[in-house]
Design a protein around this ligand. Structure first.
Ligand SMILES: [Zn+2]
Ligand SMILES: [Zn+2]
Length: 352
């Protein structure tokens, strides 16, 4: 089988050929039909996340080993089953839940698996979807998606799930409140699409790119704002009559988080999702005085993947723009994404 792998941190991914694996125990072998390229794949390829002030966290120190096949947005068809794998059959089309824990630690026993201290995430710790086949450790991680196009369904495993889980952390929101989302790229745009399924609150979308703001308006945003505009904070406070109740920062840069904190009213909550990087500096007295909350949201749970796919199957999640490419275009697609030359989600098609 062909796999595109990180062979050296920070270098372009390379094609490697391996024997197609045989599933053991409860494992399921999927023949991959679509795999999304996520912005965080660039960070994984780099091998570190920027913590700001010259500090980094290295993936090698978090347990990632090379070579590693990237790709955590995976859809495939069941090709083979281990002797103990039950609940799916050969030929079934499924989305793979990639945020898998070790399934042995105390965290995995009672909390969402993606909080595991030694995770086995597909495409980040174990081999993922930039390949012709992938091994999934148990059939319970496979979700049916009938009614959603295959190329779109893979995006639910990260972009859709991440947006959905972040939104859920802010619910309920009343219909006369305002929800601000910052960043209308891949995951942020999924958030714009999914928000109306969860709340009637007024959605304000901030992005520095006028094209992305236009896309957000078409997708149903009540208002859009250019967060690089010096008057942006005043504008959002004005249109929300004193500040927004909830913010999701899909960028995760110091400037965007600062913007989110500045436009919130007392009692507001900022959920940070994006992994752009850097460090935030904020006056401590504002936390108590304005009763603010900041929390992070990282991907989502298996239950939430079932929920957001159910919304998609009901037609409640309009599609995000897709850019379909053959598997062998993976290195070029990553370069294009890094250069900012991609609109919508790049989907690799091993059979295309
Ligand atoms: Zn992702
Ligand atoms: Zn665990």
């Amino acid at each position: 089988m062909r796999s595109y792998q990180i062979v050296e941190w920070g270098q372009p991914i390379e094609l490697r050929e391996y024997p197609t694996p045989t599933p053991e125990g409860t494992e399921v072998l999927l023949r991959i039909t679509a795999a999304g390229i996520c912005h965080s794949d660039l960070h994984i390829n780099d091998g570190f996340f920027d913590l700001g002030e010259g500090k980094r966290v290295e993936l090698a120190k978090l347990g990632a080993q090379l070579p590693l096949t990237l790709g955590h947005e995976i859809v495939g068809v069941v090709e083979a089953l281990g002797p103990d794998a039950e609940g799916v059959g050969i030929g079934d089309a499924r989305v793979a839940f990639p945020w898998i824990g070790c399934r042995q630690c105390r965290v995995c026993a009672r909390e969402p698996e993606h909080y595991c201290l030694s995770p086995k995430f597909l495409g980040a710790r174990t081999h993922g979807g930039y390949a012709e086949y992938v091994l999934v450790p148990h059939p319970k991680y496979l979700v049916e998606y009938e009614g959603i196009p295959t190329e779109l369904a893979c995006t639910y495993a990260c972009a859709g799930l991440t947006a959905y889980s972040a939104l859920k952390k802010l619910m309920p929101l009343e219909d006369d409140e305002h929800l601000l989302t910052i960043g209308a790229g891949g995951v942020g745009l999924s958030g714009v699409h999914i928000a109306p399924a969860l709340t009637d609150a007024k959605l304000v979308v901030a992005d520095v790119d006028p094209e992305k703001r236009a896309v957000a308006r078409q997708a149903g945003a009540h208002e859009t704002v250019d967060n690089s505009d010096p008057d942006a904070v005043a504008k959002v406070k004005d249109l929300s009559q004193g500040g927004v109740k909830a913010v999701i920062d899909f960028v995760g840069a110091p400037t965007t988080a600062q913007f989110g904190l500045d436009v919130m009213r007392k009692g507001g909550t900022l959920v940070v999702v994006g992994l752009y990087g850097g460090a935030l500096s904020f006056p401590m007295p504002f936390f108590p005085q304005r009763a603010l909350a900041i929390r992070g949201s990282y991907v989502g749970t298996l239950d939430e993947l079932h929920e957001v796919i159910a919304l998609g199957r009901e037609g409640k999640v309009p599609p995000i723009p897709l850019d379909l490419r053959p598997l062998d275009a993976a290195p070029q697609a990553m370069a294009d994404l890094r250069a900012g030359h991609v609109r919508g989600r790049v989907i690799l098609k091993p059979d295309g």
